[in-house]
Ligand binder design. Sequence first.
Ligand SMILES: Nc1ncnc2c1ncn2[C@@H]1O[C@H](COP(=O)(O)OP(=O)(O)OP(=O)(O)O)[C@@H](O)[C@H]1O
Ligand SMILES: [Mg+2]
Length: 444
Amino acid sequence: MGLKNENVLIVDDDINILELIHRHLQSFNYHAYKAVSVKEALAILKDSNIDLLITDLRMPNVDGMQLINYVSEHYPKLPKLVVTGYPSVDDALNVLKSGAIDYLVKPFTKEELRQAIVKSFAANKQHSEENIAQTKVNKEGNQQYGELIGRSKAIKKVTAIIDRVKDNKATVLINGESGTGKELVARSVHYMGKFSRAPFIAVNCGAIPESLLEAELFGYAKGAFTGAQEQRSGLFQAANKGTLFLDEVGNASPAVQAKLLRALQEKEVIKVGSQKSEKIDLRVIAATNSDLLTMVQKGLFREDLYYRLTVVEINVPPLRDRKEDIIPLVDKFLTKYGLEYKDRVVKITSDALEVLMRYNWPGNIRELENAIQRSVIMCEKQIGLEDLPDNLKVKISFSDDELMPLREMERRYILKVLEATGNNKTRAAYILKIDRKTLRQKIQ
Ligand SMILES: Nc1ncnc2c1ncn2[C@@H]1O[C@H](COP(=O)(O)OP(=O)(O)OP(=O)(O)O)[C@@H](O)[C@H]1O
Ligand SMILES: [Mg+2]
């Protein structure tokens, strides 16, 4: 590595770290530039042809996160590697964990540094290749859009919407059951579009305690609460020019909902404990696996925020409603896990494939992926019935006598739901958790 003599810029206010990284870089045959402040770093970036930026996060005056935002905007092709000494939850490290930027936690070994650098260069190369390749369709009619795979009408509809929104900043709401690929869709909107060099930051509104979420999203002023010794920017600012992905947005508290509304409406945020508003410029994508509209009706989610979020809606249907996608997905996972565990592409018998096609996949694609991963590990030559997880194979059968009262129950239930929805078949199908086609058949 380093044979090409790439120019690497190291930014750190700690001289010892700066010197250490510098020495390592020289031994890897890189040409290293050193800066002890963001100001110096910007001067070097302007004058030299830098191929990789390695920066600390916490520095006096202007911090590393701001440098990263600046670089994302002005040098979008430049790969970035963050070196940080503070791997805490409330740190900007969340930004990095989202996978947008590579990071290395201090203290690190020379080898860890070497690998992180190789990864940063490689990831950058991959992104630029991904962007050129848009929708690819193979001879079996399987479509690949970035990482998104499928052949159903439903998935093609999803990728068609992504194509429409990827290059603008319209707010997008992604609906779908757990494991259907909501996060992958959000990532595709970001990475297939023209803002892909800027950060993509994912926040799970359901996983962060309410009190922390507000500070995490909007930042806080010095002295805003005990322990707030310095002011800190929030994720809205960290995602500047890029995408902030609000996962499980239905779990945001009323206080956070009010602040989100303000951020979307006014395009500005106010730090916790501050009065001053600051401009933001980014795209927000939200996702939910609960019915937000019902939550609005029950008073659990703000109606005005709901409409702000649903400028564009993408519904990712459950796998059982698009079973055509099973085969291309199985193919992908057989290749992926075959190479990982068996050093070859693993095959599957037609019996086993039939079981996969029949199963109704309550856990959707995540469950399918886990089933294939497990089966690849368990199988000898190819995946047969005996290698599949047992729960996929359970079959319950009823005699006609047993079925009769069940059908009567079903009939009455469907009629009740139709009555309650004023004969609205779309709503009724939704409540009954069946698709409209099935409902129509049942009505007949
Ligand atoms: N169309 C697809 N093509 C390839 N892989 C997919 C597709 N859809 C989903 N996956 C894969 O399935 C897994 C689950 O997807 P993802 O995490 O995006 O789902 P999710 O809807 O966000 O789930 P949850 O609601 O549980 O968070 C991931 O590993 C993802 O890469
Ligand atoms: Mg998810």
